[in-house]
Design a protein around this ligand. Structure first.
Ligand SMILES: [Zn+2]
Length: 438
């Protein structure tokens, strides 16, 4: 439930508020220093396993050393900065996000989560709060690999390597779109150990951790449109993707062939897309969580002309939902409707298989605690699904309970114009610090 930002805070909440406020110069300095050191003139250019990504990591590490945190790095380049807790043997929180960016990206996508972790740790120190167990802030490498590497791979290289869930074949199938070389070569050239991925064991001992917490900017417009600074993520949507769909009809004369003899691939595909929209609207109206996108839709302009009935349409189809059952339902729907349309319109559809990515549900107990914390700290917040993928999903899939805090952000993300208000970041960080003190 939204709360009133101007209401007086109880003493405990005021302590978190003051401490986070005093730690904010650290956050601003980190954002600004890293941005200045890793820009390509348009936006951020923190390519996975590049000099710029290393520079960002080094600047974070230097600040961690100034805070007297215990610093470690793994063989995949991930950075770990730990504040000791009361019981050093008890499972503690691990928090953070990714250091890298998309090409000419924004400064806050990913980096906000690492800076927030360091700022929260500094705030706890400032407030004289020793957490019950260690808090580790992780700077993750190469989450945005999909933006830089073509070929069959799932991105999120740093987190999946550390968790031991990265299929080694992806190191060779991921090809850098600029250099033409493999991810394995780039990772090795940066001084890390791709061969270690082959062992499939990872480097993180999950028994040491109570859960993963990730603060991230919202990459959609919801918080901004609803006027709320912070969101508590319910789940990261999974997806079902058919990348190479095709409708095959027949090229014929556009004037000479009456409609009852045509096999018009464009009209058949349009009917399918229209039915998908109708079904998706019905699912959403009944409370189901769903986005759907026909991200490519084209005829071959070299073969088609204004005097031809179109004989072929290629398209792709993506569904995302927090619920696997909805993804399966929509894939079944597309298959059955395309079969029916094919029979009626004398065409054939080749949808191929829908590649599945399971949704990652955030831990219900962590979510409840974050919502309680937001109320206690006087932070207006709402539950919100994540449509974009994050490192948190890898922790969930590896079996570690996880939660995410979203911070309002204007102008979308994966572009240089993303705009997070430091006041909103401070509120998100205050909630993170509160959570990690529990
Ligand atoms: Zn991100």
């Amino acid at each position: 439930m939204p709360t009133d930002l101007d209401a007086p805070l109880p003493a405990a909440a005021a302590r978190f508020s003051e401490a986070t406020c005093r730690a904010m110069p650290l956050a601003r300095a980190l954002f600004e220093t890293i941005a200045a050191a890793t820009t390509d003139g348009v936006g951020m250019a923190r390519e996975p396993y590049s000099a710029n990504e290393q520079t960002a990591s080094d600047l974070l590490e230097a600040r961690a050393n100034e805070l007297s945190l215990h610093v470690e790095k793994d063989v995949f380049g991930n950075l770990y900065m730990t504040l000791p807790g009361c019981d050093r043997g008890a499972p503690g929180w691990i928090t953070g996000s990714h250091i890298d960016s998309v090409p000419s990206g924004g400064n806050f996508d990913g980096l906000a989560g690492v800076v927030s972790g360091l700022t929260a740790v500094a705030a706890l120190r400032e407030a004289g709060i020793v957490p019950p167990a260690d808090i580790t802030v992780m700077g993750v490498r190469a989450e945005e690999a999909s933006a830089w590497y073509a070929g069959a791979h799932g991105g999120h290289i740093g987190s999946r390597s550390a968790l031991g869930i990265l299929p080694p074949a992806e190191l060779d199938s991921a090809i850098n779109t600029r250099s033409g070389r493999t991810l394995r070569e780039h990772m090795a050239e940066a001084g890390f150990s791709p061969d270690r991925v082959e062992l499939g064991r990872g480097t993180l001992d999950l028994a040491r951790y109570r859960g993963w917490l990730e603060l991230h900017i919202e990459q959609g417009p919801v918080l901004e449109r609803l006027g709320l600074p912070v969101g508590v993520v319910t789940a990261i949507r999974g997806s079902a993707r058919a990348r190479s769909c095709r409708c095959i009809g027949a090229y014929t004369h556009s004037g000479a062939v009456p409609h009852e003899y045509r096999s018009d691939a464009v009209l058949a595909t349009v009917e399918l897309v229209h039915l998908i929209e109708q079904e998706a609207t019905r699912v959403r109206a009944s409370g189901g969580d769903l986005t759907y996108t026909v991200g490519k839709l084209f005829t071959d302009a070299g073969l088609h002309s204004i005097t031809k009935v179109p004989g072929q349409v290629d398209f792709c189809l993506e569904y995302r939902s927090q619920e696997r059952v909805i993804l399966d339902h929509m894939a079944d729907h597309a298959r059955s409707e395309s079969a029916r349309i094919a029979a009626e319109r004398r065409v054939s559809f080749e949808l191929g298989s829908f590649s599945p990515q399971d949704p990652a549900t955030m831990d219900p107990g962590f979510r409840a605690a974050l919502n309680r914390g937001a109320v206690e700290l006087g932070i207006p917040a709402m539950d919100i699904p994540s449509g974009a993928g994050h490192d948190a999903q890898d922790f969930v899939h590896a079996g570690l309970p996880s939660a995410m805090i979203f911070v309002r952000n204007a102008n979308g993300s994966h572009n240089a114009k993303e705009a997070m208000d430091y006041a909103d970041f401070e509120l998100g960080t205050r909630l993170l610090a509160w959570m990690m003190a529990q």
